[in-house]
Design a protein around this ligand. Structure first.
Ligand code: GAR
Length: 188
């Protein structure tokens, strides 16, 4: 059995989609959801499926080792960032080398880096009148949106399409592809 932990900071639609995808899988399972936000909707989403949730604050994440201890206690094989907005500290990255992945709602290296998350990304893509955008799944390193790329796929953007419409299309793409990519990583 391969065990997955998901970090999310807000809505958690990707987290729920991944939880559901692996619900009846004999080989892989979401064991734990972690969040920095006590009001995040992802908490209710995880509880619906009886997945334990850990809530941590900035000090606990950056200065204490309780998050890594939790991952070890739950024998986590793969850490998945699904809408997690904090930079992962290097002691966690060193504890899970090439076993932490992130999804980014654009075609990196474009529209990545500090401040480029969620709707800000789609607004920037729309402002630049891009004809396409997409998603990137990549390994996590010490910088924002910078690790080796595992997977990318794209959508077309119509002329004058709103950031909300782009965001909706990107979410569909994320939900279709993220669990499948996770499954492949766990098989390799
Ligand atoms: C997703 O679109 C994800 O790609 C993005 O946050 C959204 C979370 O949605 N992540 C980033 O922007 C990271 N830089 P969700 O909470 O509904 O899964």
């Amino acid at each position: 059995m391969k065990r997955i932990a998901i970090f999310a900071s807000g809505n958690g639609s990707n987290a729920e989609n991944i939880i559901k995808y692996f619900l009846n899988d004999a080989n892989n399972r979401v064991e734990l959801v972690l969040t920095n936000n006590a009001n995040a909707k992802v908490i209710q989403r995880a509880k619906k499926f009886d997945i334990p949730v850990m809530i941590f604050n900035r000090d606990e994440f950056y200065s204490k080792e309780i998050v890594v201890k939790k991952l070890v206690t739950y024998k986590i094989d793969l850490v998945v960032l699904a809408g997690f907005m904090w930079l992962v500290p290097s002691y966690i990255i060193k504890s899970y080398p090439r076993r932490i992945i992130n999804i980014h709602p654009a075609l990196l290296p474009k529209y990545g880096g500090k401040g480029m998350y969620g709707e800000h990304v789609h607004q920037a893509v729309s402002n630049a009148k891009e004809k396409e955008s997409g998603i990137t799944i990549h390994y996590v390193n010490e910088k924002y949106d910078d690790g080796d790329i595992l997977f990318q796929t794209s959508i077309c953007i119509e002329e004058g399409e709103s950031p909300i419409s782009i965001a909706n299309k990107i979410h569909v793409l994320e939900h279709e592809n993220f669990p499948v990519v996770i499954e492949k990583i766990l098989q390799s």
